[in-house]
Design a protein around this ligand. Sequence first.
Ligand code: NAP
Length: 348
Amino acid sequence: MASLMLTVSTSPLIHPSIRNNAFMPRRCIDQIHLHTTPSIRGCTLSVRSSSSPDTGFTRIDGNKEAKSIRDEIKIEVSRMDASIHVVPGLAVILVGDRQDSASYVSKKKKACESAGIKSVDVCLPEDSSEEDVLKYILSFNEDPSIHGILVQLPLPSHLNEHNILKAINPKKDVDGFHPQNMGLLAMRGREPDFVPCTPKGCIELLHRYNVEVEGKRAVVIGRSNIVGMPVAHLLQNEDATVTTIHSKTKNPEEIAREADILIAAAGQPNMVRGSWIKPGAVVIDVGINHIEDPSAPRGRRLVGDVCYQEACKVASAITPVPGGVGPMTIAMLLSNTLTSAKRIHEFE
Ligand code: NAP
């Protein structure tokens, strides 16, 4: 029998302000200089920000963009509460005790709290049955104070991910993983209720840095349901010509080098070297990989799928890891939750 830890939190609301949930594209460019650090897998890993207008290189600052989005959401949440006395609510279901999953859930909870979104977390033990999980999903489907439901992935292997994600009401599917929303994303002329948060964050960064997508050659490394596949659809929907690289692709380096926009989501540390990148390309690094590094304070270091030091000598712009796509994922989750609450309550 599953035991349950359930926490509910809200934060006080701030001044109302009238603003729609659309984010205007804008330019904000940081320049970077490299400094030398110990090399891991042949790739030097760390960078520091500074302004150097003559490098012509843009560091795409996910932290900064995500903060500005969260600030806009906070204002909208406040306006909604002041106008119709409704606060968006997000339910997160975590099964098992994976440390990385618990850490994501805790970050999501903090982000909700600071945006004024109600957050309800259900933590179930590793040996929970499918029925245990479904019970909570079905109850959140019916709960009028909950506008978004998220099941933290991956689930323990004995649970059927498809059955569980399918049980979420597609109108509350703020992760965008319900087959109905995935299917609509893949169809021409149709729109899903929600777009998965990480792919949406990648596209939002391209928009915010005024990267032209239409007619460009885009290459996505990875074809997972949560990142590679949806981001490829989003790029295609914006009229890019898209190629996907996966683990069986014969000549990935050659294909990647054709990309004007390269999105790396393979989960392979430093796989994309400078030689994989077309000069002037825009590179979005989704990878989050922990690698051993005796010189790092904890003996471990976080790196992306792209060798940053090599890439920034060739690319025109790149997201760092950390501080690139990661913070955007959480900002997009809050955005989807707000959109859901507005839609359900017909609040403009
Ligand atoms: P995943 O489910 O493991 O999928 C990895 C994909 O990359 C698969 O399609 C796989 O191909 C492909 N791949 C693996 N090794 C490859 C190689 N050597 N060459 C070419 N393709 C290769 O991973 P995921 O969930 O999509 O996540 C990808 C990365 O993004 C991970 O590092 C993850 O931690 C990170 N991530 C970050 C965020 C964020 O917020 N920043 C969110 C989600 C995930 P096959 O299909 O052929 O197996």
